[in-house]
Design a protein around this ligand. Structure first.
Ligand SMILES: [Zn+2]
Length: 491
């Protein structure tokens, strides 16, 4: 278990404990919208993906997209939720220009699933209250002076909203929960969860209380589209609430409201006072029949759930002998884990494959210096990396040279064997040549020779650099050390 969570006030010495719940909207990866046949596509010209249904023309009727229901159920099963064979849609009434119907079709008191949750690495379990299906609203664009433009391409796009109990107690736990949730949703093929396209959006509910005291007013921070913002928003909001309470002025105490995170100024600010459920006048959607799914169908979908990240992580450690760190990096995305498994199989060297992918590849992705953000955008295929691993193993190229080849492979692709040649990285196997470089490096190095003879063999390392330089990096460092030692001892 982690240390006692909380924030200790410098002013009063009181330990304040956060109570945090998370709501996550995830866009389902369907081809078409939730209640009509319009395509779902990011970045299309405004209002080009619309029809009479999703623009709310009179007399039109919604029809449930069965693919959306199946994806929603897969998500629920992967998260350990209980799927209901019967649920219903409701109307959530509110007015806004991006919502032509004047209501959003959502699920209120009979969502399609309840329960489930996510296990964190510190042993705590974050319970899910429920997941429900709903349609997305359109997009209002206010950036043209006094004009507001409306794009309805997003109106009717299928979403699931997952809601946790208030089990989260730190910003770090919130980030781990979200990272794990995202990985699971990607693994089961429910969504790409591309946060830059708004496919995953988080709302944070947070209230602060002195340790041991009852819960206080909760504040909602809405539409956080990066995990870094989630972390920063929680940190900021925690201290904002603590300072407000410790001011002693009730007029400054937190009120039930919705706030927005301002990443430019690193603060949360008021968006609107928070509506309660009764403000939305929910009622059952009269245009849609109840949602039904048979037990047989649920079990069929359960059978399609692939191996999930935590199971893969354990398997990599147990069966392949990988470190917890490497296993964690490799399973962070399904694409990366799949890539690793192919390389491991083709090269027959799972540990080397893990090393290259969890370190070199992951570092390039993190830096994105090559403009390659992930496995899918990379020119290198698994068999290329497997071949490179084999070349290193056979001594055809050393590790430093292989790293250069890797960078070219990732960005432009190609055949590793040919790249080793064209980049002039073939490891020198010629003993005579290696010995000549070593002899050259030993000239005038009597002190080192004496040290080595006295048993300090690590003194040879100082000569390794000059030899590697003379060989333009193509010598095998291990072989060079052997030759140097032989020369010194023979001298
Ligand atoms: Zn439509």
């Amino acid at each position: 278990m982690s240390a006692t969570p909380g924030y200790v006030s410098k002013k009063t010495g009181v330990r304040w404990v956060p109570v945090i719940g998370l709501e996550v909207h995830c866009q389902l990866g369907t081809r078409t919208k939730l209640f009509c046949g319009c395509e779902v596509q990011f970045g299309s010209p405004p209002n080009s993906l619309t029809c009479a249904v999703c623009t709310a023309q009179p007399g039109t009727l919604p029809v449930l997209n069965r693919e959306a229901l199946e994806l929603a159920v897969r998500a629920a099963l992967a998260l350990g939720c209980e799927v209901r064979t019967k649920s219903k849609f409701d109307r959530k009434n509110y007015f806004y220009c991006d919502l032509p119907k004047g209501y959003q079709i959502s699920q209120y008191d009979e969502p399609y699933c309840t329960g489930g949750g996510i296990q964190l690495s510190n042993g705590r379990f974050i319970r899910l209250t429920r997941i429900h299906m709903e349609e997305d609203a359109g997009k209002a664009i206010h950036d043209r002076g006094s004009t507001t433009l409306v794009d309805l391409n997003r109106a009717g796009v299928p979403l699931i909203e997952s809601v946790t109990e208030a089990d989260v107690t730190t910003a770090a736990e919130a980030v781990e929960y979200l990272t794990t949730l995202k990985a699971i949703l990607q693994y089961v093929g429910v969504s790409d969860c591309d946060m830059e396209k708004g496919e995953l959006r988080c709302d944070v509910n947070i209230s602060m209380r002195p340790e041991g005291e009852p819960w206080r007013t909760k504040v909602e921070i809405k539409n956080l589209n990066s995990f870094r913002f989630v972390e920063a928003a929680i940190e900021h909001e925690a201290w904002r609430q603590i300072e407000a309470y410790e001011s002693g002025d009730p007029k400054l105490f937190p009120v039930q409201e919705t706030r927005l995170w301002d990443p430019a100024r690193n603060v949360t600010r008021t968006m609107r006072s928070k509506e309660s459920a009764h403000d939305y006048r929910y009622f059952a959607e009269p245009d849609l029949p109840p949602v039904t799914i048979s037990k047989v169908e649920i079990e069929r979908l359960r059978g399609c759930i692939p191996e999930l990240p935590h199971a893969r992580r354990e398997r990599y450690q147990k069966e392949l002998g990988l470190s917890a760190y490497d296993a964690g990096v490799l399973t962070a995305s399904r694409a990366l884990a799949d890539f690793f498994e192919v390389v491991a199989r083709l090269s027959q060297k799972p540990k080397d494959a893990a090393n290259w992918i969890a370190n070199d590849l992951a570092r390039e992705f993190a830096d994105a210096t090559l403009g390659v953000p992930n496995v899918d955008a990379m020119a290198m295929k698994p068999n290329d990396l497997a071949e490179l691993i084999r070349l290193v193993d056979e001594g055809a190229v050393n590790v430093a040279g292989a790293r250069k080849v890797l960078r070219v492979l990732m960005k432009d692709g190609g055949r590793p064997k040919e790249l080793v040649k064209t980049l002039g990285l073939e490891q020198v196997q010629d003993e005579g040549q290696l010995e000549a470089w070593c002899k050259e490096a030993l000239v005038g190095k009597e002190k080192i020779v004496a040290d080595v003879k006295a048993g300090k063999t690590q003194a040879l390392n100082a000569l390794l650099g000059p030899v590697m330089k003379a060989s333009k990096g193509t010598a095998n460092p291990e072989r060079v050390k052997e030759i140097l030692l032989r020369l010194v001892q023979g001298a």
